[in-house]
Design a protein around this ligand. Structure first.
Ligand code: FES
Length: 157
C-alpha cells in the first residue's frame, strides 16, 4: 500500500520522464532510489500512470540484475563463492558471516535491515581469493578475523 507522499513522488518520477515509453529503465532506477528496492505496488502505479502494460515493467525489472524486489540492507556485502574463493574457504566465511549478521536461512537481508549478504560467482579477482566486497570496496585474502573487524565498523553504536 502506497502512502500519499509516495504516490506524489512516483507521479513526479513519471512526469520527469515525460511518460516516455523509452524511459522504463530510468523510471525503475528512480523507483529503486526512492524505496531502496522496487516494490510491486510502485511498479503497478508507474505502469498505469504511464499508460503502459505492467508486464512490460516487470519484464524489464526482472531482466536486469540491478533491480531488486525485496528491501535491501543499509550495507551491501557481496561474497564471492566462485571456485578460487571456494577453495580458499569462502564457504565457511560466508556461513559464519550470515550467522553473525543474523540473516535468516534462505534470506539475504538481516531483520534489522542493516545488512544484505549476496553471493556471486567470481568477481574477477581470483588472485586475492577469498574476496568479499563491502559497500563496493573490494577486500581480498579475507579471513574471519578481518571480516569481523570490518563488520564491527558498520554496526550502529
Ligand atoms: S572465484 Fe572469487 S574472485 Fe574469482
Amino acid at each position: 500500500m502506497l502512502t500519499s507522499e509516495q504516490v506524489n513522488k512516483l507521479e513526479e518520477i513519471c512526469k520527469r520522464h515525460n511518460k516516455a515509453q523509452s524511459a522504463v529503465i530510468p523510471v525503475l532506477q528512480d523507483v529503486q532510489e526512492l524505496f531502496g528496492y522496487v516494490p510491486e505496488d510502485a511498479v503497478n502505479f508507474v505502469a498505469d500512470s504511464m499508460g503502459m502494460p505492467r508486464s512490460h515493467f516487470f519484464g524489464v525489472a526482472t531482466f536486469y540484475a540491478q533491480f531488486h524486489f525485496k528491501p535491501r540492507g543499509k550495507n551491501i556485502i557481496t561474497a564471492c563463492s566462485g571456485t578460487a574463493c571456494h577453495v580458499k574457504g569462502s564457504g565457511r566465511l560466508i556461513d559464519n558471516l550470515a550467522r553473525e549478521l543474523g540473516i535468516p536461512e534462505g534470506e539475504e537481508t538481516s531483520r534489522d535491515r542493516q545488512f544484505t549478504l549476496e553471493k556471486v560467482n567470481c568477481v574477477g579477482a581470483c588472485s586475492i581469493a577469498p574476496v568479499i566486497i563491502i559497500n563496493k570496496e573490494v577486500h581480498g585474502k579475507m579471513s574471519s578475523d578481518k571480516l569481523m573487524k570490518e563488520i564491527k565498523k558498520l554496526r550502529p553504536e
